[in-house]
Design a protein. Structure first.
Lengths: 362, 327
């Protein structure tokens, strides 16, 4: 693999440069991940591919939270794994401070991963039940000893527990001695241990009870300010994503359907899928029951192994026309809104993009 | 009244002690009415439903006290054999996880048809025809072709429809749905909830909807019972409770969910954790987490105070319900 730029010194030098607030810290370009489908036992023959992520591009700016929403199977978790290089991308680039991390390996990759950390969905299975909290968080320092010298680790772990609102005396306890919300705090402490710049959160609160969810969300917002973190926040709960995100991307079948600021997406959606998704969210207000514009989609999400031609949403879309089956819409500001001073003028991958308010009852 | 639960208590004997899961629950459902039971994990909402259905594991479970009146008859005094005739034919349950509630090695047609063979003594052929009709009724496309397929060949939303079909098979008068849409995606969730509401109207069934989602409740329920540590802390018609909650726990829950239609400030978070059922705090179980708690809350268990009597009664188990309602 000669073409991998693994010149350690060059990577290290590049990573030391701080990124200013408002500058892109992560640039994703045409990212793709295809999982091969094989047939046969001894002589495996590739018969197709599940296109889990099929050409996703976006920027993450320093200090912001980018929310990614979508239904199960849309590829949002695969995107998270690709950004960490836990899965090798089939094609496309992920630039972190100018370094394409999809091409890195070995020590250069390890150096990058120190700065990009992850918080997982399930606090019950993502913590080793046989390790104490101190060992779980402290293990990160075994891999990156430069962050905390050996004698200092215990103090450092206790400091982290304190930061996430857990009693530092709990350092010798095991995961089963904590509640779900507390376990998620341990997961967050582990994510923070190496002073990363970016944290990728994959459904961090969806396993938690409502009253505990708010505690964890507030903690994450506080930590973002305190440590100047950038978040990629992946979730299926649209209300929570709106609350925490500065910008939101909506995914459908491995592609971004629409991306924009929280107000652009929630108050001025132009892609039919976004509109259907938002209108389906039950709102905790019985008054809205009769007055809201509800779009009930028919059918299920098609298989990513055999996505529809043209626009992927066309099989469930009420606006679909001939053009939608032949021509793939690109993610760009729709022509009719271009240059206009309206919040509808944001990137949307639909031939017939049109504003429709579905979250406010009229 | 179709179903009336009176002063129901359920406890579980465990190695660590007695876990008091349900501590004096009262609720009722009429034909055609939807009661939402809202609560977090461990609040006792599912255990109450299991006691009503008679599918509680006993032991370790035990019902030391209470009555479950179904059409005037106390189910707790019935023999298991008689109980079995009620279950399925008169009341049915829909579970959260359709994939693990269906038998993976039997086709959906066999599973649906089994109801008719066991309860109505139909032949296999007639039962299959009934299964197809049921699948049609819950709008599964190409029912005739799909009746021989196995659960894994259906999507999540379609599997939940099969669960609904199974519950409807014998045209019960009461349906208990325990988190029926929690495992589904939002667009599919909307389809399934719509179907359930429509079928309820068509058959004029009573529906008990168990959920933790305040949005789903607002969408479909007529009245709501909020549970905390095995008790109903507030019971109310659905419109009133969202406008002005009369219990600090309900208020906390409503304030802690972010909104879809506007970007809010910092979320309100209820401090602390739900109580351990082996050691429920004395007085009001919510007192260690309550911003309004006073000395009396730590010693006296609050009774259910009537908030409004008519047209629909509304109750709150808070010593300071007036302050909560108006502030």
């Amino acid at each position: 693999m000669a073409d991998f730029t693994n010149d350690e010194a060059a990577v290290a030098a590049a990573l030391d440069v701080p990124v200013q607030r408002g500058e892109p810290i992560l640039q994703v370009r045409n990212l793709q991940k295809h999982f091969p489908l094989t047939q046969g036992i001894l002589f495996k023959k590739q018969v197709g591919a599940v296109k889990a992520v099929d050409g996703v591009s976006f920027d993450l700016y320093q200090g912001e939270t980018l929310g990614i929403v979508g239904e199960s199977g849309c590829g949002k978790s695969t995107v998270a794994k690709l950004l960490m290089n836990l899965e090798r991308a089939t094609a496309g680039e992920v630039f972190y401070k100018g370094q394409d991390i999809t091409k890195l390996s070995g020590r250069a990759l390890k150096a990058v991963r120190r700065n990009i950390q992850m918080v997982f969905q399930d606090p019950y299975t993502s913590l080793n039940p046989r390790m104490t909290v101190g060992d779980i968080i402290g293990e990160t320092f075994d891999i990156h000893p430069e962050v905390a010298p050996k004698g200092d680790r215990r103090r450092k772990v206790q400091e982290l527990l304190d930061v996430v609102g857990l009693n530092p005396e709990y350092i010798n306890r095991y995961p089963h001695q904590f509640s779900g919300g507390q376990r998620q705090r341990i997961g967050i402490a582990r994510g923070l241990a190496l002073n990363p710049e970016i944290i990728i959160c994959d459904e961090p609160v969806s396993a938690l009870d409502v009253s505990v969810q708010a505690q964890v969300i507030n903690l994450m917002e506080k930590l973002q300010d305190e440590f100047n973190l950038s978040y990629i926040f992946i979730a299926h709960d649209l209300s929570i994503v709106r609350h925490i995100s500065d910008r939101v991307g909506v995914m459908y079948l491995g592609k971004l359907a629409e991306i924009g600021t929280d107000s652009e997406i929630y108050d001025h959606p132009t892609h039919p899928y976004t509109q259907a998704l938002l209108s389906a969210v039950p709102v905790p207000d019985p008054q809205a029951r009769a007055n809201r514009d509800r779009i009930i989609l028919t059918g299920d999400v098609p298989s990513p192994a055999n996505p529809p031609s043209g626009c992927r949403f066309r099989t469930r879309c009420w606006k679909a026309q001939e053009k939608c089956s032949t021509e793939q819409p690109v993610l760009a500001i729709p022509e009719r809104f271009r240059g206009l001073d309206t919040l509808a003028a944001h990137e949307s991958a639909c031939h017939f993009a049109e504003e429709r308010d579905v979250v406010h009852s009229g | 009244m179709l179903l009336e639960v009176r002063d129901l208590h359920v406890e579980f004997h465990t190695r660590e002690g007695v876990a008091k899961a349900v501590n004096g629950v009262n609720y009722s459902v009429d034909a055609g009415e939807t009661l939402a039971v809202l609560g977090e994990s461990g609040s006792g909402k599912s255990v109450t439903a299991q006691a009503v259905m008679g599918i509680l594991d006993m032991p370790p479970g035990r019902i030391p006290k209470g009555e479950i009146l179904f059409q005037g008859q106390d189910l707790l005094t019935l023999k298991e054999e008689e109980r079995r005739k009620v279950r399925g034919a008169k009341m049915a349950m829909i579970f959260q996880d359709a994939l693990s509630s269906l038998n993976p090695v039997l086709s959906v047609g066999e599973q649906l048809g089994e109801m008719f063979i066991v309860h109505k003594g139909m032949s296999k052929k007639d039962a299959r025809a009934q299964a197809v009709e049921l699948m049609d009724r819950v709008r599964i496309p190409a029912a005739k072709e799909r009746v021989g397929q196995y659960p894994h060949q259906f999507s999540g939303g379609m599997r939940q429809r099969i669960m609904i079909a199974m519950a409807l098979a014998l045209e019960p008068e009461l349906i208990i749905a325990d988190e029926p849409t929690t495992a589904l995606d939002v667009t599919v969730q909307a389809q399934v909830m719509d179907l359930l509401a429509e079928l309820q109207r068509e058959y004029n069934m009573g529906l008990i909807l168990i959920t933790h989602d305040l949005g789903v409740v607002a969408d479909v329920a007529d009245k709501i019972a909020v549970m905390y540590a095995g008790r109903i802390v507030e019971q109310s018609p659905v419109h009133e409770i969202y406008k002005a909650p009369a219990h600090p726990y309900t208020r906390g829950l409503l304030d802690s969910i972010p909104r879809l239609d506007q970007k809010g400030q910092e979320l309100y978070a209820i401090k602390g954790l739900p109580p351990n059922l082996l050691a429920i705090p004395p007085g009001c179980a919510f007192n260690p987490r309550c911003p309004m708690a006073q000395d009396v809350c730590r010693t006296d268990v609050p009774p259910l105070y009537p908030v409004t009597e008519s047209p629909v009664p509304r109750t709150s188990a808070c010593h300071f319900w007036k302050e909560c309602l108006h502030g």
